[in-house]
Write a protein that binds this ligand. Structure first.
Ligand code: APR
Length: 253
């Protein structure tokens, strides 16, 4: 791994605007299942039933029960070295933002501040009819499902992007701006199976960014990677942790 570390550190040291783009793989070593891996969520559950408006309208209690199960898994999980390393690079003024497809909140829990959650957050709910939305601190009570909107009384739903739904405009344009401004774009733990999120590495590359891909398995972005790291994310960042710690902060000039 020696020369991979050196190449990674050279690319990080030589960049002024690093952006990370993460998927479920970055949280895998925190004990949160991914979607399309062996044993992943979509192997055990049907996304159209549990992560779509039609599925929710057909059986809101079933969808809420599934999200409560996921909340419980996430609630007891901790950020791993990958989350912590990205927060460390942000504190050093090197990493400017994280664009994440994850809804688990672990980047924020690790201390990252500029996190664009383009698929929403499992820790936020919104009304399935009016504009009401709110953060939630604990798991909703299973005996009162679906929770109802305090403004209009209709059903509340998780504030996440379901299949077939558009992304939040403001978040998407922020993500595109960050990808365009980046000079180094780190793709960590995403298969690249879902659009428009999967457009972001190409947007970054087309605007001149160098691309790093960190994933133990093949991904859709392997052919555009300037540095391909065939490793699990937390394992890689644990190994390079000391070198990252001794990186000088980037002068704000
Ligand atoms: N470290 C790094 N990468 C890993 C690890 C690990 N420890 N374990 C698995 N991976 C990789 C897998 O090899 C795979 O490439 O993480 C990726 C996970 O891919 P998916 O399960 O498809 O998850 P993701 O790309 O985030 O899915 C995107 O699809 O279902 C929707 O909205 C959901 O946000 C999700 C979107």
């Amino acid at each position: 791994m020696g020369d991979t570390y050196r190449m990674f550190l050279d690319m990080v040291s030589g960049s002024r605007y690093i952006v990370a783009f993460t998927g479920a793989g970055v949280s895998a070593e925190s004990g949160i299942p991914t979607f399309r891996d062996k044993g992943g969520l979509w192997e055990r559950f049907r996304p159209e039933e549990l992560a779509s408006v039609e599925g929710f309208m057909r059986d809101p209690v079933k969808v809420w029960r599934w999200y409560i199960w996921r909340m419980r898994t996430i609630y007891s999980s901790e950020p791993n070295y990958a989350h912590l390393a990205l927060a460390l690079l942000e504190r050093k003024g090197r990493l400017r933002s994280i664009i994440t497809q994850n809804i688990d909140g672990l980047h924020t829990k690790a201390g990252s501040r500029r996190v664009i959650e383009i698929h929403g957050s499992i820790w936020r709910v919104r009304c399935a009819r009016c504009a009401y939305r709110s953060e939630i601190k604990e798991v909703p009570n299973e005996s009162e499902l679906p929770p109802t909107c305090p403004e209009c009384g209709y059903m509340l739903r998780p504030d996440v992007v379901w299949f077939g739904e558009p992304l939040d405009n403001m978040k998407w344009s922020m993500a595109v701006k960050e990808a365009t401004r980046s000079d180094l774009f780190m793709v960590i733990g995403t298969s690249g199976a879902v659009y428009p999120a999967a457009e972001l590495p190409y947007i970054a590359r087309n605007s001149g960014s160098r691309i790093i891909v960190i994933d133990p398995n093949p991904t859709a972005f392997d052919d555009i990677a300037d540095l391909r790291i065939w490793s699990r994310a937390s394992e890689f960042f644990r190994g390079i942790w000391r070198d990252l710690e001794s990186l000088p902060p980037l002068d704000p000039a």
